[in-house]
Design a protein around this ligand. Structure first.
Ligand code: ZN
Length: 429
């Protein structure tokens, strides 16, 4: 099994099964319902963990919840703790509805303060960090390999484009340095005790501490979105490796999700939540949509792309509605996944399968075994869909929309297609 590693910019071989394979993926910062782009690393990590354990690996997947962060203070001044708790609940609810199960461990920053404080103390004792006015900063110049992971060294970035977590501080020895601990500020309603006074951890140290708390100083895979390579992961590497900890052996960074060709971002106001996407398209269509792009590549989110995914899901359902035929082989499917977890190739292989048992086994890796249980829509919904088609023919679009709504309320989606009878009914979930 080989996976592309950001650090070496090459495919790296995993140890032979049973491994172990210990995986740490950066989870969301919880201050609103997660957007559909945040679902990508979750889906990727759950699929990969499942594939590895099916192929004989001993897998542990840890995905953290960042529930202490500037974004949360900004989103709910004076009530950040409540927002973080609520938004953690929404995150669990929405990702549960993907039907992929849960990571083995989901540590929260708020529950990891002693480990975080201990790691910062060690960094100060070894000269890699320094306290200043209630804050503590990492001394970037003390770590010679800084910038190796991302190819960025922080000089310009830190000055011109401080990340959301880094304000320019007079307290820093050098603008490249980043905060490990931040003194409590006016308006911040949560703080913890520390040797440096009341305050709270910086974002990067949270992940170093949570990963090492579960796995110890070394583990096989660290994952997250491509936007986390710098500064988040670069800083995690600095914090852990400066103490002689090996930390992650392979770095997996998934490509970003783009809305109609644009990167989704809060400032552009084009964020689609996972909740909205699930309610509109259903989990099966969403999962097929994610399958269709290689995890390292960007993926475009558009109605067209989702319609296409829905059609593919429907074509799998049709295989189960027909008689099983002994058509298809497991080997090319396994080969695609073992070579950098190439899900679009695996999807193409499954497309040719007509053997029910084989197809079900393949779909199960991706949480899509439910496609095997599909039946035709109830007769009364067929009748409604027929009436809707007639209404459209007579250009009575109000009536057509009303009938579509009625069908949707019954848990089905009606789609117009070329083939007879001119429409298709698929379950919403
Ligand atoms: Zn992280």
């Amino acid at each position: 099994m080989r996976l592309y590693d950001t650090a070496t910019r090459s495919l790296q071989e995993l140890p032979a099964p049973p491994g172990p394979v210990r995986m740490y993926f950066c989870g969301p910062t919880v201050y609103q319902r997660i957007h559909i782009g945040n679902a990508r690393p979750f889906v990727l990590s759950m699929w990969l963990a499942r594939w590895l354990s099916r192929t004989g690996y001993d897998v542990t997947l840890v995905e953290n919840i960042t529930d202490i962060n500037d974004k949360i203070y900004t989103a709910a001044p004076g009530a950040s703790a409540q927002l973080a708790a609520d938004a953690s609940g929404w995150y669990i609810e929405d990702t549960d509805d993907l039907g992929l199960g849960r990571p083995d461990r989901e540590p929260k920053a708020t529950e990891s303060i002693p480990e975080i404080v201990a790691l910062i103390e060690e960094l100060i004792e070894t000269g890699h960090a320094y306290p200043a006015g209630g804050d503590v900063y990492f001394r970037v110049s003390s770590f010679a390999d800084y910038g190796k992971l991302s190819g960025r060294h922080g000089d310009d970035d830190a000055v011109r484009n401080p990340s959301e977590e880094e304000e320019q501080s007079e307290l820093k020895e050098n603008p490249r340095d980043f905060a490990l601990w931040k003194a409590n500020k006016e308006g911040e309603d949560t703080w913890w005790d520390s040797p440096w006074g009341h305050g709270r951890p910086g974002w990067h140290i949270e992940c170093s501490a949570m990963a090492e708390a579960v796995f110890g100083p070394a583990f096989e895979i660290h994952g997250g979105g491509l936007d986390l390579v710098f500064p988040h992961h670069e800083n995690e590497v600095a914090q852990s490796r400066s103490l002689g900890h090996e930390f992650a052996r392979i770095w997996m960074h998934n490509g970003m999700l783009r809305l109609a060709g644009e990167k989704m971002s809060k400032s552009l106001g084009n964020i689609v939540s996972l909740r909205e996407a699930l309610d509109t398209w259903g989990r099966e269509t969403l999962l097929v949509y994610f399958l269709g792009a290689h995890w390292r590549k960007p993926i475009d989110f558009s109605d067209d792309a989702l319609e296409q995914a829905a059609a593919i899901a429907e074509s799998f359902r049709n295989v189960f509605r027909a008689e099983s035929e002994p058509v298809g082989e497991w080997e090319p499917f396994a080969r695609a996944l073992d070579e950098d977890f190439n899900t679009p190739d695996a999807l193409a292989v499954m497309h040719g399968w007509r053997d029910h048992e084989l197809l079900q086994r393949g779909l199960e890796i991706f949480g899509l075994e439910s496609l095997a249980e599909s039946q035709a829509a109830p007769a009364e919904l067929e009748a409604l869909a027929r009436r809707r088609a007639e209404a459209r023919e007579q250009r009575d679009f109000d009536e057509a929309d009303r009938l579509r709504g009625e069908i949707e309320e019954a848990g089905w989606v009606v789609r117009d297609v070329e083939a007879e009878p001119g429409f298709q009914l698929v379950p919403r979930r």
